[in-house]
Design a protein around this ligand. Structure first.
Ligand SMILES: Nc1ncnc2c1ncn2[C@@H]1O[C@H](COP(=O)(O)OP(=O)(O)O)[C@@H](O)[C@H]1O
Ligand SMILES: [Mg+2]
Length: 220
C-alpha cells in the first residue's frame, strides 16, 4: 500500500521558493492501480520522486506497506528501491552499452542475485513482453516501443511490490502507446502490483482504479 500524508515540496528557484506540492494526501491499496493526471510542470515527476524515495518531501510523509521512508537512511532507501520498487520512465533510461537482456538483468545483479537465475528471469520477462527474438540487441537497435517493452521487463525483474511509471507512453506514437498501455495493464494487473502511473494518456487513466488530478504550482 502507498500512503502519502500531507506531502509538500518546495524548490528554491534561485531567488524565490517554488511550491510544487501542497498538502497532498492519498493512498493506493495493495494491488490497485492509480493514475495521476496533470499539465506539464504541475509536479507529477516530483510526486513520483517523493513516493519512491528518490527525493525527500519538504513536509509530510510517505509510507510504503507501512514503512515510513523518512525513517530510513540512504542505504535503507536504496535497498528498498532495488527490492520493492520498479520504474518505467518516458525516455526508457536503458543503458546503451548493454543488450536488452543485460539491461533487464542489471537490477537483479545489483540486488546480488546470481547470474544464472537473473538471466533466466530476464529471458522469461523479455519473452512475456514479446521480445524473445530481440534479447541480444542493443537499445540503439530497438524501436521506441521495443525499448519501452525492455524497460517494462526490467521494472519487473526483482518482482517488486510497487511500480511507478512516469508518462510511459509519452514518447511513443498513438498505436505503439496503445500497445504499451495494454501491456502495462495486462502485466501489472495480472501480477497484482500496486501501481502508480503518471500520464496524459486517457486510455491508461481509464484502466486505473482511481484517478487524481494535480493542479498548477504556485510561486511564493
Ligand atoms: N530540482 C528542481 N529544482 C527547482 N525546480 C524544480 C526542480 N524539479 C522540478 N522543478 C520545478 O517544479 C515544477 C514541477 O516539475 P515536475 O515535477 O517535473 O512536473 P511534471 O512532471 O508535472 O511536468 C516545474 O516548474 C519544475 O521546473
Ligand atoms: Mg514529469
Amino acid at each position: 500500500m502507498i500512503e502519502a500524508e500531507g506531502l509538500g515540496k518546495v524548490y528554491w528557484d534561485g531567488d524565490r521558493d517554488l511550491e510544487v506540492l501542497r498538502d497532498v494526501s492519498f493512498s493506493v491499496e495493495r494491488g490497485e492501480g492509480a493514475a495521476i493526471l496533470g499539465p506539464s510542470g504541475s509536479g507529477k515527476t516530483t510526486l513520483l520522486n517523493l513516493l519512491s524515495g528518490l527525493d525527500r518531501p519538504t513536509s509530510g510523509r510517505v509510507r510504503l506497506d507501512g514503512v515510513c521512508l523518512s525513517e530510513l537512511n540512504e542505504r535503507g532507501v536504496a535497498e528498498l528501491r532495488n527490492k520493492r520498487i520498479g520504474f518505467v520512465f518516458q525516455s526508457y533510461h536503458l543503458l546503451s552499452e548493454f543488450s536488452a537482456l543485460e539491461n533487464v538483468m542489471l537490477p537483479a545483479l545489483m540486488g546480488r542475485k546470481d547470474k544464472g537465475s537473473a538471466r533466466e528471469r530476464a529471458s522469461y520477462l523479455l519473452e512475456r513482453v514479446g521480445l524473445k527474438d530481440r534479447m541480444k540487441h542493443f537499445p540503439s537497435e530497438l524501436s521506441g516501443g521495443e525499448q519501452q517493452r525492455t524497460a517494462i521487463a526490467r521494472s519487473l525483474v526483482n518482482d517488486p511490490a510497487f511500480l511507478f511509471c512516469d508518462e510511459p507512453t509519452g514518447n511513443l506514437d498513438i498505436q505503439m502507446g496503445f500497445e504499451i498501455a495494454e501491456l502495462l495493464g495486462e502485466l501489472f494487473v495480472k501480477e497484482k502490483k500496486t501501481v502508480l502511473i503518471v500520464t496524459h494518456d486517457e486510455r491508461i487513466a481509464k484502466m486505473a482504479d482511481r484517478v487524481w488530478n494535480l493542479v498548477e504550482k504556485r510561486w511564493l
